[in-house]
Write a protein that binds this ligand. Sequence first.
Ligand code: SF4
Length: 477
Amino acid sequence: MRTLFLNPPSYDDFDGGAGSRYQATREVWSFWYPTWLCYPAAMIPDSKVVDAPPEGLTQEQVVAMAADRDLVLLHTSTPSFRLDCRTAQMMKDVNPSCVIGFAGGHVTAEPEASLRASEAIDFVTRKEMDRPVVEIVEGRDWADVPGISYRKNGAIHHNPDRLPLTNADLDSLPFVTPIYHRDLDYLKYNSPYCQYPYVSLYTGRGCPARCTFCLWPQVTTGHNYRVRSAENVLEEVREMPKLFPQMKEIFFDDDTFTADPPRARKIAELLAPLGLCWSTNSRANVDRDTLKILKDGGLRLFVIGYESGSDAILKNIKKGVSTERARRFTRDCHDIGILIHGTFIVGLPGETLQTIEESIRFAREMNPETLQVSLASPYPGTEFFRYVQDGGFLVDSVYNDESGYQRCTVSYPNLSSEEIFDAVERFYRQYYFRPSYIFKSVKKMVKSRDERKRLLREAGEFFTTMKKRREGSGAAA
Ligand code: SF4
């Protein structure tokens, strides 16, 4: 079957699609790699991966690409689901014999409702998509493909779950980077905290932490951190400079790369002789000795989910890392020279105007290199979604207003959706518009022409986004 793996067109400036863990507005130019799609694509001859957002492709253009395909797999997400259904319907109208499947967290959490939402969807894969899609393309009877839900003769069927891939399975999967090289243009991918151009991949799947708002471990990847061997990672990484000659940085986009410290240390030790620069996601609880080894192995930056400066909220969301532990970790990173991109969320359970101020103060104290502030977004399948649904705090079933500006969909008795929405911009302003931060940025601009260009561009994009965001009035109506 000629198969198209599609990250479908999204809203302008929207950065919360299937490849993203959270719903967000693209404040500066940034795109995630469609890594999940590249795994099955690497196992299917004649496949093609199309990543519409960085390519700037319209619905009409991707529909034309699907005209001669036998199967199209779309990676969907909660905020983009309705738009993706429309894209699928347009494809069916042009090519009625094309089989259309949806994959991702949204259809995993709500397979029945997803299939009912659009007649254009023939099947959905639940949790990991790799093996089910390959088996469908190989022609296996759909009744014998674990992990899918599908439509047959007007009825919807749900096959049993499929066991998650094991460590050995992950090592046996093909590498994704040759597929990036084949089908994507790595120069079209940027991340606000990685050096441009960057290339990202996963060295493992799942996260042992239990954060109640976090989509992937609860819905698709699980709480068991399953990993590729350090040697397998090295084998892929070693080839990357040849595939992507201008690459400045690798991003290991595991949910929590440091969840298995001995393995993280081993990877760093194997990478050290290559002299490559890399960054990754972590929790703020890594011991100092491990940090030093990672730094020596080329680690430049951690993405750290601080989430809140209030210990009560951290407890409510089961973060498992206190502000005190995060303080110690951050001090160690600053001492050792590891940079931090700090991420915060406003509107989590227990949030008040006072806790928002605590978070802003805490962020300033942690002083990460760059900051990201997101609205709390309850995704189906998460504990946070059940919390807001049961409490009557979900005030809008619309996850995105289709203009690309994130809406606030929760409202509490003591904190309205407007107050949560407004807090995001206030948070950014109080963080970035400090004399010490401005001074640091000016120093960076003086030192490096590339940094100067980048910071000025990002500042312009940031102000434009904030303006559009205000005009878009993203609080729930
Ligand atoms: S530590 Fe990060 S990836 Fe893991 S559950 Fe919490 S937010 Fe999600």
